[in-house]
Design a protein around this ligand. Structure first.
Ligand code: RFL
Ligand code: PHB
Length: 389
């Protein structure tokens, strides 16, 4: 089989890239290790930046997001029993959209299906070959059948545990990592959200986040120990702990119910450089991870897709390789800024096991500075709604 762009990974990065290329008449094949149902069962991001909204529109898949998503003009920051609001629209003239990654991915799968886009599911042993030549190809297996996909370019969109990153020789690859000493325990419940905007809460018992998917579907998180497993937390214990970490008024208003999903995510900051090797390009979680505080994971994947899609478009339509040559440099410049924001917001809001009394005072002073300073709020709002591409 032959295509122009072989895309490894059918998560949001791979599907968005495939759909954008399709709109420009550029052919691709997506290779996904799991089934569509499995990919759609993962509960992940919930907040979209305007850049991602624009890409979904450009890909022709933004209609349901505009109809069913919830524009948010600000967010609440709570500490102990106090709370203040950071107004995104006032500081940046922009807003974010609450619309789940699951829905984005579903819209993209539907669009690929409608367009007759090639997606191979249940692929195993995916291997990147000859990426440093003009004739790269990908080999893989479906069941007992060995397959080969010849292409012009390979997009490694296969997430943090994929194979693409390791196809770049260790001698040219450099990795930067910070692992945080806690995780997030998240639940999804069919209950109305406690508030119409997100609440990021710092408390002496640890961080909590009140988020949502729609008017009757809430997403809540609490900071937990890395040794916890979801089974250790009954729903009742989760709700009790959440209530202790948010201001009393919100705790009283909280409507609880059975969880329909419960999972723990570890928190990590990670970047690999470069994001291109020959004709292989890394995109999204395959190249970088952020802790979820600030909702930047999916949005940073989208900014990579923006740079890569435009580079490939420039190559095919204008016969110009400038975008391809500068992909890694452009993507990484923005990646590092979102890494900084996610690290800063995570460091500000969580309790650390080895924190001293002084460290806690510093966090408190910084939150109070954020509360009192329009300049600090503007900086936060600018990062939260998304830095320009
Ligand atoms: P994905 O979504 O991991 O998709 C990669 C796809 O590649 C497939 N794959 C392979 N396919 C073929 N061959 C192989 N060898 C393969 N290896 C893997 C996988 O099956 C998968 O379908 O990466 P992508 O597309 O770059 O998208 C990135 C986002 O998914 C990610 O940044 C966010 O979900 C991160 N993230 C969150 N981001 C936010 O902005 N807000 C959140 O609230 C948030 N919560 C989360 C998250 C990530 C989590 N992870 C990774 C466990 C919560 C969790 C639990
Ligand atoms: C979510 O709704 O899952 C969510 C929202 C904001 C974050 C992280 C996760 O910062």
């Amino acid at each position: 089989m032959r295509t122009q762009v072989a895309i490894i990974g059918g998560g949001p990065s791979g599907l968005l890239l495939a759909q954008l290329l399709h709109v420009r008449g550029i052919d691709s094949v997506v290779l996904e290790r799991r089934t569509r149902a499995h990919v759609l069962s993962r509960i992940r991001a919930g907040v979209l930046e305007q850049g991602l909204m624009g890409l979904l529109d450009e890909a022709g898949v933004g209609e349901r997001m505009h109809r069913e998503g919830f524009p948010h003009d600000g967010t609440l920051i709570a500490y102990d029993d106090q709370m203040f609001r950071v107004d995104f629209t006032e500081h940046t003239g922009r807003h974010v959209m609450v619309y789940g990654q699951t829905e984005v991915t579903r819209d993209l799968y539907d669009a690929r299906e409608k367009a007759g886009g090639a997606i191979e599911f249940n692929v195993d042993d995916v291997t990147v070959n000859d990426a440093d030549t003009d004739r790269p190809y990908v080999t893989y297996r479906i069941g007992d059948a060995a397959k080969r996909l010849d292409c012009d370019f390979i997009a490694g969109c296969d997430g943090f545990h994929g194979v693409s990153r390791n196809a770049i020789p260790a001698s040219v690859r450099r990795e930067y990592e910070k692992v945080y000493p806690f995780g997030w325990l998240g639940i999804l419940s069919e209950t109305p959200p406690v508030n119409d905007e997100l609440i990021y809460a710092s408390s002496s018992r640890g961080f909590a986040l009140c988020s949502m998917r729609n008017a009757n579907l809430s997403r809540y998180y609490i900071q937990c120990s890395l040794s916890d497993s979801p089974g250790d937390w009954s729903d009742a214990n989760f709700w009790d702990e959440l209530k202790r970490r948010i201001p009393a008024e919100q705790a009283e208003a909280l409507i609880t119910g059975p969880s329909i999903e419960k999972s723990i995510a570890a928190l990590r900051s990670f970047v690999t450089e470069p994001m291109r090797w020959g004709r292989l390009f890394l995109c999204g979680d395959a190249a970088h991870i952020v802790p979820p505080t600030g909702a930047k994971g999916l949005n940073t994947a989208a900014s990579d897709v923006h740079y890569l899609y435009n580079a490939l478009r420039q190559f095919y339509e204008e016969k110009d390789a400038e975008g391809i040559d500068r992909y890694s440099e452009r993507a990484l410049a923005r990646v590092w800024k979102t890494e900084r924001f996610s690290w800063w917001f995570s460091s500000l809001m969580h309790r650390y096991p080895d924190q001293s009394e002084f460290d806690i005072k510093m966090q408190r002073a910084e939150i109070e500075f954020l509360r009192s300073s329009p300049a600090a709020q503007a900086a936060m709002a600018q990062n939260y709604v998304g830095l320009p591409y």
